[in-house]
Design a protein around this ligand. Sequence first.
Ligand code: FMN
Length: 342
Amino acid sequence: MPGFWKELKKPFLGLSPMDGVTDAPFRSMVANYGKPDLIFTEFVSVEGIAHGNVKGLNAFIYNRIERPIVAQIFGNTPNNFYQAAILLCHLEFDGIDINMGCPAKNVSSKGSGAALIQTPELAQQIILHAKKATEDYANGQTMQKAGLPAEIIDWANKRKKNTKPKHIPVSVKTRIGFNKPVIEDWIPALLETKPVAISLHGRTLKQMYTGSANWDEIKKAAQIIKKTKTLVLGNGDVQNKTQALQYAKKYNVDGVLIGRAAFGNPFVFTDNQSLDLKTRSNLALKHARLFEKLLPENHFVQMRKHLAWYIKGFEKASETRQKLMQTNNADDVEKILSEIAI
Ligand SMILES: Cc1cc2nc3c(=O)[nH]c(=O)nc-3n(C[C@H](O)[C@H](O)[C@H](O)COP(=O)(O)O)c2cc1C
């Protein structure tokens, strides 16, 4: 079930999922100015969904311009993945991605995220349950029958657009290993379940975000994956579009995901590589206004780090950054940015 993936022109570039960063306003900025080939949401806990945590669903607010948009989920219980996948079909995402790469203690200590590299059979069950859900949804399965909590169903029904149920594809994002690279065992285990795509961050769980991404291991994985119909995306330390295209060729991957290099730079997916202060400050204000519009219930504190990223590296930035770190709304931001001599 390749869905939108088969329409992508290779090599394709995507915005990597980032918790606390790739929320609806940031994704809208990236979709608008960077136009990557695909975009991922932040991850959401399937256990949270099963327990009726409606607040976490804010990560699933999206705008049409973000399409193709893939929702990412994490957890450790196959049945909860089944339910969450039914919800994501109902919300009309273009795809579902399963996180098997998060190294954070609060995720991996529960056997979720990158810890699944150590339990390949459970990882397989998780993928198969999500895939079964997408198939069932296309054949008439409902959120009620799947046993989703009433509050989750209410939230989802408010956002449903009443289109025909679609069978959407399931992909996986993971790392090259737990303590050390284990590509030869881990990748074939994933491939047995036929995910539509595997995105591979070239670090182990143990490395967290230290050292550099090991693209030779990504290349090794790509050689295995390319013998199947599954697509392979490389990820880790890519700084711009030029480098992404070079890496796609050099390491033989179908696509590349860019994460941190997109901080404060939605243009990272374009040839427009250096933005002047005026452009950056305009972007910061636009983003702040979008934040208020799309996430009115969220605290403006979540927006502040983006503001700092937009003006990073400019003369007098630290003074302005300090002021931006105290803003509580977009009007405050406008006032401070208008004081910068440009
Ligand atoms: C703040 C932050 C949050 C992240 N959250 C997620 C997440 O929710 N899901 C995921 O698969 N990866 C997550 N990642 C990992 C990134 O998607 C990506 O794999 C990693 O940052 C390496 O790519 P980069 O060097 O281009 O940033 C996160 C990374 C950062 C820095």
